[in-house]
Design a protein around this ligand. Structure first.
Ligand code: SAH
Length: 534
């Protein structure tokens, strides 16, 4: 799993808006249609329209050129006539057909005050010329472009007029786009306002579970929409340590999967489901609440695995599976510092409801580890930096910076202790309440220096019943993953001696205001530091 943006920081543009259009048909057909359409458009471009003048036999190359010609040669300004008689579409069509059928002179068109117009009859709705371009023109548009098309000029300037007309059209398109952008912006602000209202409702009416549930739903919407965009999945798929470990576990242990029914909780693009199918699973049920599942549907079909893999869109907690029990649950639920995102809760929910007796959840074992870091340079970059920013004292910023755990890659050479495991989670046994815990730890210091931070990371094991066990680590000693490491900076470094043991207690709990984020507290006896992970 990859980054999850704090819902309150989530860009309200709605990732779903950017989703490519779904296709459940044959892509080739779509491409062909598109090409055909473009060809047709090109054809149209290569056949310019010709318009017969209303008063003589002259052929003109466009409607604006015709208007100019009528004004210059016949002293009939069609736009003035439209305006004068307040002509709607029908009135305009009738007038054109009237002129063409009666070959009248200009003076007939001005009409007498109070008298009915000479083209009033319904007969004039019938076109005199077939495919008359003048009839395909909107009179309102003619009027809007009038300053361009009606100025007396020679036919030679029709190209300029066309160009100017195109500019007007472009301008109109641009202002419509701007209006749309403003509307989207307003929508975004409204959404934030609504979120704010819900948040306030929660604090002012604590204990009101309705408001809390609403807030959770809102947050979850942001959570799932962060997984709707392809980029997060690209990052995860490109994380070879992660993806190849899942692949190796399944391909190297086909006996675990042969003829089994597998549930993939949070299938994303469907990669794990496809590994499981290839490893010999009888059936795979792949569930995801995020819009990415529509891509997974295409992906599964493209790989001819639709007979094996059934995809279901929805939260695992909300949907009903088409089977009563499954033999195996696979999921990639891990967040920063393992538990950030709280997706393990959903896997445990699925386990307790759907896993058959004797079934297994993979990965099955997870370790969370800590180590001491001595990196004075990094410490200065993040903390001392605020003492003098372009000659100004911004030290108060430290109070905001320090309590936020950082996600970054820690250089191996800055480790100044042996790592220590603070928690092991067995996904086949652990219960929800155990995902919040406290643990005493002891770090064996290897260098005499200043300890400037504590680093946290996790290791993942595919172990249960596997003849070929697979594991991977997200620690600073090995190839980096997209989880990087989690760094808890100490505002005041602790001076340590090689051989000494740095003792402390760590408490990990969910942030009640945002249950997908974590609060981590370190107690070193003389100081207690709480960090948020979001
Ligand atoms: N299995 C994929 C994606 C992992 S990311 C891979 O390994 O590449 C985790 C996915 O789980 C996301 O797509 C997210 O939308 C989905 N997810 C998280 N919680 C879920 C829940 N409760 N119900 C359904 N899908 C969930």
């Amino acid at each position: 799993m990859a980054e999850y943006t704090d819902p309150r920081e989530c860009d309200g543009d709605g990732v779903a808006d950017e989703m490519p259009e779904l296709s459940d048909g044959d892509d080739e057909d779509i491409d062909n249609d598109e090409e055909q359409w473009m060809e047709e458009e090109d054809e149209e471009d290569s056949h310019p329209v010709t318009v017969t003048c209303l008063f003589c036999d002259r052929l003109l190359s466009s409607v604006p050129a015709t208007l100019q010609h009528c004004t210059a040669e016949h002293q009939v300004n069609l736009v003035d006539l439209i305006r004068k008689h307040n002509l709607d579409d029908y009135g305009y069509i009738k007038m054109i057909n009237y002129i063409r059928s009666t070959k009248c002179v200009a003076s007939c068109l001005t009409g007498l005050p109070g008298a009915p117009l000479p083209w009033e009859g319904e007969d004039f709705l019938r076109p005199v010329l077939q495919d008359d371009p003048l009839l395909q023109t909107d009179p309102e548009e003619l009027c809007e472009g009038s300053s361009l098309s009606t100025c007396p000029s020679s036919g030679a300037q029709s190209h300029d007029a066309l160009q100017q007309w195109a500019q007007v059209a472009e301008e109109r398109a641009r202002s419509s786009e701007e209006a749309l952008a403003r509307a989207m912006d307003d929508l975004h602000k409204l959404k934030l306002l609504a979120q704010g209202l819900v948040l306030n409702a929660e604090t002012s009416r604590s204990g009101n579970t309705g408001a809390v549930a609403e807030l959770r739903e809102d947050e979850d919407e942001a959570y799932f929409s962060s997984y709707g965009h392809y980029s997060i999945h690209e990052e995860m798929l490109k994380d070879k340590v992660r993806t190849e470990s899942y692949r190796d576990f399944m391909y190297r242990n086909p006996e675990v999967f042969r003829d089994k029914v597998v549930l993939d909780v949070g299938c994303g693009t469907g990669i794990l489901s496809m590994f499981a199918a290839r490893a010999g699973a009888k059936k795979v049920i792949a569930v995801d609440q995020s819009e990415i599942i529509y891509q997974a549907m295409d992906i599964v079909r493209s790989n001819q695995l639709e007979d094996k893999i059934t995809l279901i869109k929805g939260r695992i907690e909300d949907i009903k599976l088409p089977v009563e029990k499954v033999d195996i649950i696979i999921s990639e639920w891990m967040g920063y510092f393992l538990l950030f995102e709280s997706m393990l809760d959903s896997v445990l929910y699925a386990r307790d409801l759907y896993l058959a007796d004797g079934g297994s959840v993979y990965p099955d074992l997870c370790n969370i580890s800590l180590a001491a870091v001595g990196d004075t340079q990094k410490h200065q970059d993040h903390i001392a930096f605020w003492d003098d920013v372009y000659g100004f004292n911004m030290a108060c910023m430290k109070k905001a910076v320090v309590p936020e755990a950082m996600v970054e890659v820690v250089k191996t050479e800055t480790l100044i202790s042996e790592p220590t495991v603070i928690q092991t989670i067995d996904c086949n046994r652990v219960c929800l309440s155990e995902l919040e815990f406290a643990s005493d730890f002891c770090l064996k210091i290897t260098n005499t220096t200043d300890c400037t931070a504590i680093v946290g990371y996790f290791d993942i094991f595919f172990d249960k019943g596997c003849s070929n066990k697979v594991m991977f680590s997200t620690g600073p000693q090995v190839t980096k993953t997209h989880w990087k490491q989690t760094v808890f900076l100490l505002e005041r470094p602790i001076s340590v001696q090689a051989g000494e043991e740095l003792q402390g207690k760590i408490t990990v709990r969910k942030n009640k205001k945002d249950p997908r984020s974590l609060l981590v507290t370190f107690d070193f006896g003389d100081r207690k530091l709480t960090y948020s992970l979001q």
